[in-house]
Design a protein around this ligand. Structure first.
Ligand code: V0V
Length: 137
């Protein structure tokens, strides 16, 4: 059911500073940027190299009570999530639930650029917060 790695998410305190660091250090360019109010994040998607492969997603807190703010409070900046592209987020979530994993949402929520997303609880995936991403049609 997983098609490929979609992106790797990195929690950062300051989005503009992180964008500058990734541009100057690794030559990565921003291909999309938005604020997701529901998730409480400001995020930037970065293309790596020729842009053909998975992206790096910088995630900065938009609110002090958000998931990213809590992550930063606990351990500081760093890898926060691993996201896979799926064709049908509901079908994949149902299949994983049937294998005993906890999904964070009963129904998909809105992700980057109109994608539909859900997450596997990190305690059910070897300590990794796994995101499922169904791209917009
Ligand atoms: C928490 N834990 C993690 C973790 N966050 N482990 C690995 N990776 C992470 N990112 C551990 C934490 O250390 C605890 O371990 C345990 O999970 C349970 O912690 P908790 O206090 O019960 O839960 P919280 O409040 O820390 O919340 C964790 C979850 C939360 C995963 C439930 O972060 C969440 O709802 N995440 C989904 C939404 C999200 O991440 N949004 C931001 C990205 P110990 O100490 O008990 O061992 S938005 C996005 O990606 C978008 C828009 C997109 O891609 O399109």
């Amino acid at each position: 059911e997983l098609l490929r790695v979609d992106h790797v998410g990195i929690a950062v305190a300051d989005l503009d500073e992180a964008k500058r660091f990734y541009a100057e250090t690794f030559g990565m360019r921003v291909v999309h940027e938005e604020t997701n109010e529901e998730q409480g994040v400001r995020e930037a998607m970065l293309a790596v190299g020729d842009g053909a492969g998975p992206r790096v997603q910088l995630l900065a807190p938009a609110r002090p009570d958000s998931a990213i703010a809590k992550f930063l409070d606990r351990g500081g900046p760093g890898l926060q999530q691993l996201a896979y592209t799926v064709a049908d987020v509901e079908a994949t979530a149902a299949a994983l639930r049937a294998r005993g994993l906890r999904l964070l949402y009963d129904t998909p929520r809105r992700g980057t650029a109109g994608s539909r997303i859900n997450f596997v609880h990190p305690k059910d995936a070897g300590g990794v917060l796994v995101e499922l991403v169904e791209p917009p049609r």
